[in-house]
Design a protein around this ligand. Structure first.
Ligand code: MLT
Length: 323
């Protein structure tokens, strides 16, 4: 039986590569056939955040494409409408990397609240730091975290924050699914959580504001100057969701003007983030990491494998995995 032709736009993890080779006539970027994959491939495997859009955008060039499988949760880098109109189905691997991304968010919260990276940078630059000069940051025990988005990542962070710091959670998510709601009700003690439909209430009451929502036309620039004006001057902002959700120019101004105490972001409007573009933000005290929340090797292996498994199942005529 002939195997379906599938292109991998990015290198696959060894185990996933072995599985893909077994089931597909696989076109890899190193192959001579790669330049012509659009005419032949029935499936696309991708992890790219910036490359993928250009590649899958040109849907009219696709002769036989049926499925695009994205490693990870976010699919904002794909032109979903163009793909849907062309009858191409998009799949993702939600949930698998949530704990890893939430752990990075927690790391950024502790880092920014206790000023770990910025203290290290000052020390490394030869500055003397005195405990009494108001630099020491703030503690987290018993504090309130405001979560924008209650899906897999927000939930994983809430659980850790609540148990590590006896912290209170304010959750804002107008689109929370019934399954997610049941999970929150089951696993987070009701006295530790407030669900709110008021985004402004979350901003004014939270010691930490952490983003866990997709990038859509509604969430783009959701945290901009007016929102910084509402936040506590001691608040920490963390973004492990998508760069465009926070207005980066306004964030830099907010940090410089002391509207919030600090920020940690794993996602930026331009990725990978260049030192040149983000120097101002770093100097203003923002801790930046290069979208590596889902980067741990075990997580990469699991999500890559799931992406290939989803493609095998779909091309077999089985169910389609996406959310
Ligand atoms: C995701 O969308 O799941 C994360 O941003 C991880 C990634 O794309 O690498």
């Amino acid at each position: 039986m002939t195997k379906p032709i599938v292109v991998a736009l990015n290198p696959l993890h060894p185990q996933a590569l072995a599985l893909a080779t077994e089931h597909f006539d696989l076109i890899l970027p190193s192959s001579e056939r790669f330049k012509d994959w659009r005419r032949h491939a029935q499936g696309v495997l991708t992890i790219s955040r910036s490359v993928a859009k250009e590649d899958v955008d040109v849907v009219r060039e696709y002769g036989k494409l049926k499925y695009v499988a994205k490693q990870g949760t976010g699919v904002d880098m794909l032109d979903l409408k163009a793909l849907k109109d062309a009858g191409i189905v998009v799949m993702n691997t939600p949930g698998i990397n949530a704990q890893a991304v939430a752990e990075l968010a927690l790391g950024l919260i502790i880092d920014v609240a206790r000023k770990i990276s910025t203290t290290h940078a000052r020390f490394y630059a030869g500055e003397e730091i005195h405990k009494a000069d108001g630099w020491g940051g703030q503690t987290l025990f018993g504090k309130t975290i405001g979560l924008i988005g209650g899906g897999d990542t927000g939930f994983a962070l809430a659980r850790m924050f609540q148990s590590a710091f006896n912290g209170h959670v304010i959750l804002y998510d107008p689109f929370l699914s019934t399954a997610d709601l049941q999970r929150w009700e089951r696993d987070i003690p009701p006295t530790f959580i407030t669900r709110t439909s008021s985004f402004n209430d979350l901003l004014t009451q939270s010691d930490i504001v952490s983003l866990h929502c997709p990038l859509t036309k509604d969430t783009k620039g959701m945290i901009s100057a007016p929102q910084f004006d509402l936040m506590k001057r001691t608040a920490v902002l963390v973004n492990v969701a998508r760069g465009g959700v926070v207005d980066e120019v306004d964030l830099e101004v907010a940090l410089k003007e002391g509207k919030i105490i600090g920020a940690g972001v794993d996602v930026t409007v331009v990725e990978p983030p260049s030192q040149e573009r983000y120097e101002g933000l770093c100097k203003a005290g923002c801790v930046i990491t290069p979208h590596y929340g889902a980067a741990p090797a075990d997580v990469q292996e699991a999500t890559c494998l799931a992406m290939v498994e989803h493609m095998i199942e779909a091309l077999r005529g089985g169910s389609v995995k996406n959310r």
